[in-house]
Design a protein around this ligand. Sequence first.
Ligand code: SF4
Ligand code: SF4
Length: 110
Amino acid sequence: MSIFIDENICNGCGRAKEARCVRICPGNLIVRNDNWKACIVEQRDCWTCAACVKECPVQAIELRLPFQIADHDASLKARLKRDKTIWKLKDSEGNEEVFEVPARSSEFRV
Ligand code: SF4
Ligand code: SF4
């Protein structure tokens, strides 16, 4: 698994002093380059926690899934809402599946 940052979508978090993906990455693996676009400095050090995927406000970052888990070229994008995360799974044929995960573990309590 790996992440992919689409430079065509990334807006560098505008004028923000620190990009959101840069701030959230626990391994300090993302930087903004000279073009004010996010890029990962060491892909092999990424443990695919997906924090940056969820944090990006314009969905410029996706999680590339291995073929053992999903179809070839399958990917996941996320949209963070106040009470949930909306995940969009896309397969190699462009089919999309959307599913939601509640933000709070308390919602799982009985
Ligand atoms: S959070 Fe998204 S828009 Fe902001 S710098 Fe990172 S990839 Fe670009
Ligand atoms: S998936 Fe996690 S470890 Fe990898 S770049 Fe994103 S925030 Fe950092």
